[in-house]
Design a protein around this ligand. Structure first.
Ligand code: ADP
Ligand code: ADP
Ligand code: MG
Length: 668
């Protein structure tokens, strides 16, 4: 076994690898950039070495600098994690030349699978079913359009060197094929330094289902079942689960057999993933093979009981797999939510900044359910613009899917993140979604269910009443505290009233509260009596209550005269008034929100790389206005309604801040 492992990565995955290495008695070395001097992975490793400036290209992806760190550390093995150098065959070769073990597959397998065109050809030759398409060279946009038309629309134009959802475009007609060819090529050249594009049939409303394989260096190769990763935005995964609610045993076996056949065909050894898209008739087609540890590997660990990082390390050390295909049992159900610094209210665009609050829910086993949170973040730490905006991977396990979803919904309610935009409300809304709960997933799920973007959820019925009752009880507790501090009462609570009106926007809920030593009965006029129990003190940002017999974990923020409560994707301002105050409040005018529709504002920090309109132009709804590049992705901003461009406020090549005005619309 190895003595010392260098982890050529950062963030949650570096922390996760360190954890397993430590358990195996292997010393760990972290590497870090300028921006990561105080990062969690640096603190958790036994040693840490600085490798360069903040941009990944000058630190984590700089082969020479990482190799220098490997030499300086005296490590006898390197785990690359995912991203960065993990799929760079030159890295595996450089390590081999130094006599250092690479905890990953042979360089030759990385090389052929890293190129989507080559891997698709190899897969087809190995008898793996592939998406119909064209993998020959495409020289110009017109040729792209001819090939696309030949395949039949819709098609997908994909960068052969692509990854991370970058460098791909869907086209429904010749014009889009031409435009997509240019855009995908540009994005691929910028991200991967390789603009080769291929075209394949776009499978509409498919599922993304992938097979985890594990192979040793002695010819043993097995699969660990599937993960379903259909919940995606911008072709990138957000929620993954194992097993898939869609596969039957026969399909699982057939996909597993093809994945193993492909792994064998390229002489694979280590953990790897063969990705497929699956249509509604359970036809499956090879997408790509990821020759590394996958972001979503924890869900497989939770249902197989295996530690994939441990397996990778053992395989790299020359050990044989200690089990065969028949020994693999899938037990229960696991979910993973990728908690991203992305603002769902702004079209999932990245948000960066300091985590003024970061409190994940408690991990461990409880009531037959498990919670696991893989993270590299900490309170006071920064989500840097230099790297992937993932904050944490929150996973849950339960004996069945419904239980895993419920556990996830609870865990999300108890997850506190403040200071930056994040997708917790969206993940919560997803867990509550009836179609998600029913397992009717496709990669178009988010686009179909939230066609106009996500704007939070509106709780109704019982759920709303529970929140109102909770707010009333929190208010009563706060009022008692205030009365005590101001000396209005000594020990008694009798001066705090029991008649309140809860007000949400224009809706009013008259309430009567009856408190006893163990809890409070809240009578909502015209309806239920809800008993509220649980502990909360003013100043606490999370309340763990039981309301009407149902556990309610709610995020609490004081407002003048009430609270902001956040729960399951809902974000409510609830004021608690005396009946007299409520009467006066009714007379207050409602303030109209400022009209932002006259301006196109930049939704995320980025670079203005294209302006598609000029002053005086008339545009239609959906027409492209500007392209902003952020985190290596090009984001096209479109017109929401027909308009005339009155003024361009930003210039090409300008670096834009959030909400900076790009252009102004004029009267028709
Ligand atoms: P997965 O299927 O596991 O989500 P992806 O291909 O989407 O894998 O990418 C895995 C990780 O690698 C992501 O966190 C992504 O940000 C990162 N990644 C992908 N491509 C690149 C790249 N060219 N440079 C740096 N990181 C990358
Ligand atoms: P990456 O390397 O960026 O992960 P993939 O080839 O794995 O690229 O594709 C990423 C996602 O894009 C898939 O999970 C799927 O949602 C979508 N996708 C890719 N190819 C197709 C296709 N031919 N038809 C439909 N969707 C596709
Ligand atoms: Mg992929």
């Amino acid at each position: 076994m190895f003595r010392k492992l260098l982890i050529a990565n950062r963030g949650e995955i570096a922390c996760r690898i360190i954890r397993t290495a430590r358990r195996l008695g292997i010393a760990t070395v972290a590497i870090h950039s300028d921006a990561d001097r105080r990062a969690l992975h640096v603190r958790e490793a036994d040693e840490a070495l600085h490798v360069g400036p903040s941009p990944a290209a000058e630190s984590y992806i700089d082969l020479a600098r990482v190799m220098a760190a490997v030499r300086a550390s005296g490590a006898d093995a390197v785990h690359p994690g995912y991203g960065f150098l993990s799929e760079n065959p030159a890295f595996a070769e450089a390590l081999a030349a130094e006599g250092v073990a690479f905890v990953g597959p042979p360089a030759a397998a990385i090389r052929v699978m890293g190129d989507k065109i080559t891997s698709k050809r190899i897969a087809a030759a190995a008898g793996v079913s592939t998406v119909p398409g064209h993998t020959g060279p495409i020289t110009d946009a017109d040729k792209a359009a001819r090939i696309a038309a030949g395949i039949g629309y819709p098609v997908m134009l994909k960068a052969s060197a692509g990854g991370g959802g970058k460098g791909m475009r869907i086209a429904w007609n010749d014009d889009e094929a031409r435009a997509g060819f240019a855009a995908a090529g540009r994005e691929a050249a910028a991200s991967f330094g390789d603009d080769r594009i291929f075209i394949e049939k776009y499978v509409t409303r498919p599922r993304h289902i992938e097979i985890q394989v594990l192979a040793d260096m002695h010819g043993n190769c097995i699969h660990l079942g599937e993960r379903e990763c259909s919940i995606q935005r911008r072709n990138q995964k957000v929620v993954e689960e194992a097993p898939s609610p869609f596969l039957d045993d026969d399909t699982r076996r057939a996909m597993g057999a093809q994945a193993v056949a492909l792994a064998r065909a390229v002489g694979y050894a280590s953990a790897g993933t063969v990705e497929f898209i699956v249509d509604d008739a359970r036809n499956f087609y090879f997408l790509e093979m990821n020759t590394r540890l996958q972001v979503e590997h924890p869900v497989t660990e939770l249902v197989t009981g295996l530690d994939l990082v441990e397996q990778m390390i053992r395989i790299a050390a020359g050990e044989r797999l200690a089990f065969a295909q028949d020994d693999i049992r899938l037990d229960g159900w696991a979910m993973e939510s990728r908690v991203y610094a992305e603002d769902p209210l702004r079209g999932f665009l990245p948000s960066t900044g300091r985590l003024s609050r970061y409190r994940p829910p408690p991990e461990g086993s409880h009531d037959g359910r498990k919670v696991r949170n893989d993270t590299g973040a900490f309170e006071g730490g920064e989500i840097s613009r230099f790297y992937d905006p993932m904050i944490a991977k929150l996973c849950t396990w339960a004996p069945d899917r419904a239980g895993a979803i419920e556990a996830m919904a609870d865990a999300l309610d108890g997850f506190e993140i403040e200071g930056i935009g994040h997708n917790l409300p969206f993940l919560s809304a997803l867990m509550e979604h009836p179609r998600f709960r029913a397992g009717r997933l496709t990669t178009a799920f988010i686009a179909e269910e939230w066609p106009d973007g996500f704007h939070g959820t509106d709780p109704a019925g019982d759920a709303l009443h529970r929140l109102v009752a909770a707010a009333a009880v929190l208010h009563r507790i706060a009022e008692i505290r205030r009365a005590r501090i101001s000396g209005r009462i000594d020990h008694h609570e009798r001066h705090v009233g029991c008649d309140w009106v809860a007000v949400i926007g224009r809706a009013e809920y008259p309430l009567v509260l009856k408190a006893d030593p163990d809890g409070t009965d809240v009578h909502i006029a015209g309806g239920d009596v809800l008993r509220v129990e649980g502990e909360w003190q003013p100043g606490r940002t999370l309340a763990r209550l039981v309301v009407g017999g149902v556990p309610l974990v709610v995020k609490v923020e004081p407002l003048t005269g009430g609270f902001r409560l956040r729960w399951r994707g809902a974000d409510l301002a609830i004021r608690l008034y005396t009946p007299r105050q409520a009467e006066l409040a009714r007379l207050m005018p409602v303030k109209a929100p400022p009209d932002a529709s006259r301006q196109l504002r930049c939704p995320m920090p980025g670079l203005l790389v294209d302006l598609h309109v000029a002053e005086g132009d008339r545009v239609e709804a959906g027409q492209a206005l500007a392209t902003v590049a952020a985190m290596k992705m090009e984001n096209v901003l479109r017109a929401e309604r027909p308009a005339r461009i009155a003024r361009l406020a930003a210039t090409l090549g300008q670096t834009l801040a959030v909400d900076e005005v790009i252009l102004e619309f004029g009267a028709e």
